[in-house]
Design a binder for this molecule. Structure first.
Ligand SMILES: NC(=O)c1ccc[n+]([C@@H]2O[C@H](COP(=O)([O-])OP(=O)(O)OC[C@H]3O[C@@H](n4cnc5c(N)ncnc54)[C@H](OP(=O)(O)O)[C@@H]3O)[C@@H](O)[C@H]2O)c1
Length: 228
């Protein structure tokens, strides 16, 4: 896939690097430092280059939005027309102090982004893990069992297929959480991950994993499906 990175900081820089190492064509864009974009592209290898947001978006099969919430409008303006594009977003709608969500409960950052770009296929993905874990997950991707989960949601099947493919290529097991409005649950969940990663004792190299367990047969027949 051709992936345009809009915001080449902790998330965009690292995920762009991993996408390129997994064989995708990557354009890094949107940094205040052009040398930084060039260095990222050089370090990520032959599949990547530095460009403007417009260049990153132009021929992309998917663009990855990884900027602070306060920069979303700016980067969208620079990227130009994103109609028909798949937009994966990890951008949380945080206030300027990064202390709380400014959109929640009745909407989400991903839904607000979709309103800004109504003819694009917005998928919420990659926001639920700290950047510090990404290279470790990629290194461990060939492990036979126990891949960490990564939730994503969206309304467009093509966008979701692209998201699932990239999630798998990074080394996670994609978990389809449903339509885009489920980002209302995903985004607050990310604050919990942040709390555990940055305020806990174990360090920020944290991922999560959902597992299912069969209920014992005696309990299964005693209750209607879907209730606990
Ligand atoms: N970091 C995480 O672990 C994490 C995890 C989950 C979700 N998120 C979400 O992901 C999004 C990105 O987070 P991040 O930690 O990757 O942010 P970051 O490291 O600050 O990266 C943001 C990128 O935007 C660029 N930028 C900022 N202001 C700019 C401006 N005025 N002009 C041009 N470029 C500008 C930065 O440029 P420079 O290169 O010049 O700094 C940087 O490349 C956020 O919405 C955050 O909530 C982050």
């Amino acid at each position: 896939m051709r992936v345009g990175i809009l915001g080449s900081g902790l998330m965009g820089g690292k995920l762009g690097t991993v996408f390129a190492r997994a064989g995708h064509e990557v354009v890094f864009s949107y940094s205040r430092s052009q040398p930084k974009l060039k260095r990222l592209a050089r370090d990520a290898g032959k599949n990547s280059r530095a460009g403007t947001p417009r260049e990153a978006a132009q021929d992309a099969d998917a663009v990855f939005m990884a900027v602070h919430w306060s920069r979303v409008n700016d980067v969208l303006d620079l990227a130009g027309d994103l109609s028909g594009k798949v937009i994966l977003t990890c951008s949380l709608p945080m206030n300027d102090e990064n202390t709380e969500l400014v959109v929640a409960h009745t909407s989400s950052g991903a839904e607000e982004l979709a309103k800004r770009v109504p003819h694009a296929a917005v998928v919420s993905a990659f926001g639920t893990v700290p950047s510090e874990v990404l290279f470790g997950v990629f290194e461990a991707r060939r492990r036979k069992a126990g891949r960490p989960s990564l939730v994503y949601c969206g309304d467009d099947s093509r966008g979701k297929e692209s998201a699932a493919r990239l999630i798998r290529d990074v080394g996670f097991e994609p978990v389809d959480a449903g339509p885009l409005r489920i980002a209302r649950y995903i985004e607050p969940f990310t604050l919990l991950i942040g709390q555990l990663a940055y305020e806990g004792d174990g360090g920020p190299e944290l991922a999560y994993r959902f597992e299912r367990f069969a209920e014992p047969a005696s309990r299964q027949s005693a209750r209607p499906r879907g209730r606990s």
